[in-house]
Design a binder for this molecule. Structure first.
Ligand code: GNR
Ligand code: NI
Length: 176
């Protein structure tokens, strides 16, 4: 099932998500993960956090390898957590499905080690750099109610926020 991706400034994007406990993973969680993956491919995006579909649970889906019409192998992760970070890097032209019509360079950790659980509650670990590392940091930020625009200069953020609010105001006026 396709889900609606919430967009800035929806207050649900600011909610800190709750972790899963052992035994929490039931059919509804599996269905949510499947719907989130379907939504991610449809948009398309390389990752999606449950926060973005209005569910305050620590669940993300990711796929950096997918190409249009290619095989879908989504990575589904519960309680992803950065346990080690190293170095500095800038993600170029980072974007977000919840922050429409905007891209910016974001200062990120260069390399992160992430620990998470699968749907079968197996512990998995990733040691990543580059886009994959930026994607992990971006999705884990979502679970904490943080957006990439929180990590850019105030000037750039304010310009975006003003443009976005103007657009929403105009849309509201048009639809009455
Ligand atoms: O599709 C996405 N691209 C992206 C590019 C650079 C750094 C992070 C991302 S994640 C984003 C999809 C999204 O909004 N996930 O929350
Ligand atoms: Ni995002």
């Amino acid at each position: 099932m396709l889900l609606e991706v919430l967009q800035f400034p929806d207050p649900a994007l600011r909610v800190k998500a709750e972790p899963f406990k052992p035994g929490d993973v039931d059919e509804s969680v599996r269905e949510l993960a499947e719907s989130m993956a379907e939504t991610m491919y449809e948009e398309p995006g390389i990752g999606l956090a449950a926060t973005q579909v209005g569910v305050a649970k620590r669940l993300v889906v990711m796929d950096l390898d997918w190409k249009e019409d290619g095989e879908r192998r989504p990575r589904v992760l519960l309680n992803p957590e950065i346990v080690e970070r190293e170095g500095e890097a800038v993600s170029e032209e980072e974007g977000c499905l919840s922050v429409p019509d905007f891209n910016a360079d974001v200062e990120r950790d260069a390399r992160v080690r992430v620990v998470a659980r699968t749907l079968d509650w197996e512990e998995v670990e990733f040691d990543v750099t580059g886009l994959e590392s930026f994607c992990f940091q971006h999705e884990i930020d979502h679970l904490d109610g943080v957006l990439f625009i929180d990590r850019i200069s105030r000037l750039k953020r304010d310009l975006y926020v003003r443009r976005r609010k103007k657009l929403l105001r105009r849309e509201r006026e048009e639809t009455g």
